[in-house]
Ligand binder design. Structure first.
Ligand code: S3P
Length: 172
């Protein structure tokens, strides 16, 4: 049977390691790795920072949702979503139908430490970043089929746990 959806979808706050873990996982599963942020930038021919600055966050969220809705119907292998993507109600509805949605959980202090002041990530400049993090965590937990704390695990260990879950999920 030909896959018509991603094998695994990774969600989580900025700095959780979605891209790094995603690449490892894809490698081990022998599938492609797709990052929704990279697809948005390639399609638009603009950076996310530019889309935020010029069009505003609501326009970015709309574009992000439409891109992800499409990617969820394509055999894109391991799909990592941008850190705020799973807050969109339309995206949430689609994610609830996917059998392998993994929340890579990261606490705010570690997220800040890992991301530094990356200028490519406009949300990091938000004064209410702590509230945003607090709001997202329970939502991501509720949507995910697997919640994984990344705090005391190496990238390889995180990938191992996800691989074990994929192996025991016959529908994926
Ligand atoms: C965002 C996270 C970013 C990117 C955009 C918005 C967010 O993705 O989608 O800057 O709202 O947390 P990463 O989690 O890959 O940095």
């Amino acid at each position: 049977m030909t896959d018509t959806r991603p094998a695994v979808v990774l969600i989580g706050f900025m700095g959780a390691g979605k891209s790094a873990v995603g690449r490892l996982l894809a490698d081990r599963l022998g599938v492609a790795f797709t990052d929704s942020d990279a697809v948005i930038e390639a399609d638009a021919g603009r950076t996310i920072a530019d889309i935020f600055a010029t069009d505003g966050e609501p326009a970015f969220r709309d574009l992000e949702h439409r891109t992800i809705a499409r990617l969820l119907t394509e055999p894109v292998g391991v799909l990592a979503l941008g850190g705020g993507a799973a807050m969109h109600p339309g995206t949430q509805a689609l994610l609830r139908r996917h059998p392998m949605v993994v929340h890579l959980r990261i606490d705010l202090d570690r997220a800040r430490a890992r991301t530094g002041d990356d200028t490519r990530r406009p949300m990091l400049r938000r004064a209410d970043l702590a509230e945003i993090h607090a709001r997202r965590m329970p939502v991501f937990d509720a949507i995910a089929t697997l919640v994984l704390d990344t705090a005391d695990r190496s990238l390889e260990q995180v990938a191992d746990v996800v691989l074990a879950a994929v192996a025991s999920a016959p529908q994926v």
